[in-house]
Ligand binder design. Structure first.
Ligand code: AMP
Length: 285
């Protein structure tokens, strides 16, 4: 168990692990660890010999006016949680370590990055793909683990890895939820008691879509109206978007095709906190 802050040390540890034939798993996170993250650590433990968790609150994926300044940070608490859960190394570089003076190189996955979250958070995925690419270059993991909670992120990263032939296996884990269906998120900490209750509305709306789909409804505008109806009935909730898209281009669909994985996703403000959630119909991403 070691917390590594410097890139050269991380490169050398990862290189030694590789040359001794170990399969390494990387789980990139921004800290404020919860069971959603831990489920990815468990998966990495099962599939790899050594598990490396990065904890880096990546400034380039936050827009101006977003919550970078108030995002919860407690490296000591996170390290304790991660090491207790069987993580071998934590890579926690400083902002200056990852973005030294004169940093000007960015990786952009065109098209996919501009849809859904990208349309509402310009530049977000440019920050994500750049930092994940840099983590991959430092660590060269055999596997990297991402949560389906951020479905578009997982798809964007899979595309980057494929397009640039990075040779890293991307594993996507299921969404871990609270008892009432709210997807675990570090941002749930921002919610007041009332807002926390209201926040289950995302899951309720998505389940409405699934139920109607199971009952035979295939028309996306009707399915979206039904989901909007659920969210609009919640006074503390304000819709950012509700979308039904394919998983290849993330383009909106008119009808849900049979046997083809289809992403149903939403972003909703509950009070001032922006929450996202999704389900996949007809398979997985
Ligand atoms: P973050 O720290 O928010 O950047 O998340 C790090 C990783 O954990 C990402 O791949 C997320 O998709 C994943 N993750 C976050 N919340 C959950 C959740 N509730 N269930 C599963 N994975 C999650």
């Amino acid at each position: 168990m070691e917390i590594i802050n410097r890139i050269p040390r991380m490169i050398s540890v990862a290189r030694d692990l590789r040359s001794s034939g170990q399969r390494t798993g990387l789980v990139p996170t921004m800290g404020a660890l919860h069971e959603g993250h831990l489920s990815l650590f468990d998966r990495a433990r099962e599939m790899c010999d050594t598990v490396i968790v990065s904890i880096f609150l990546n400034p380039t994926q936050f827009g101006p006016g977003e919550d970078l300044g108030r995002y919860p940070r407690d490296l000591a608490a996170d390290a304790e949680i991660a090491f207790t859960r069987g993580v071998d190394y934590i890579f926690a570089p400083s902002k200056e370590e990852m973005y030294p003076d004169g940093f000007t190189t960015f990786v952009i996955v065109e098209g996919l990055s501009d849809k859904l979250e990208g349309a509402n958070r310009p530049g977000h995925f440019r920050g994500v793909t750049t930092v994940v690419n840099k983590l991959f270059n430092i660590i060269h993991p055999t596997f990297a683990f991402f949560g389906r909670k951020d479905a578009q992120q997982a798809l964007v990263i899979k595309r980057m890895v494929r397009d640039l032939a990075m040779g890293i296996e991307i594993a996507v884990g299921p969404i871990v939820r609270e008892a009432d269906g709210l997807a675990l998120s570090s941002r749930n900490l921002y919610l007041s008691t009332e807002e926390r209750k209201a926040a289950s509305v995302l899951r309720r709306a998505l389940e409405r879509c699934r139920t109607q789909h199971n009952a035979g409804e295939r028309d996306c505008s009707r399915l979206i109206s039904a989901m909007r109806g659920v969210i609009e009935a919640e006074p503390l909730a304000k819709i950012d978007y509700v979308a039904i898209t394919d998983t290849d281009r993330l383009d909106p669909l008119a009808t849900i095709p049979s046997g083809v994985p289809t992403l149903v996703s939403t972003a909703v403000f509950v009070g001032a906190t922006r929450l996202i959630d999704n389900i996949v119909i007809n398979g997985e991403i």
